[in-house]
Design a protein around this ligand. Structure first.
Ligand code: SF4
Ligand code: SF4
Length: 82
């Protein structure tokens, strides 16, 4: 999963760009739900939130580091439970 840093300026462009609806406004700035973020695996070649974010405040979450295979499994699971 990716994670949004506190340098987020709450511009809201990433939320609609996320194919998994993993992004929402948290208490102070936007947040990513690690259970829903596949790092865009299954949908796009690149993480769309990172592509659109104007301040480059989205990074790999060290607390939720996942392999390509784990991300693919998460994608499949999310598609099945949709
Ligand atoms: Fe959503 Fe993709 Fe960003 Fe994860 S990497 S939060 S799935 S846009
Ligand atoms: Fe925050 Fe970047 Fe998303 Fe804008 S695009 S809300 S700055 S994380």
């Amino acid at each position: 999963s990716l994670k949004i840093l506190d340098t987020c300026v709450n511009c809201d462009v990433c939320e609609p760009a996320c194919p998994n609806k993993a992004i929402s406004l948290g208490e102070e700035f936007y947040v990513i739900d690690p259970a829903l973020c596949t790092e865009c695996v299954g949908h796009h070649d690149e993480p769309q939130c990172v592509v659109v974010c104007p301040v480059e405040c989205i990074i790999i979450d060290p607390a939720h580091a996942e392999s390509r295979e784990q991300l693919e499994d998460k994608y499949k699971h999310l598609m099945e439970t949709k």
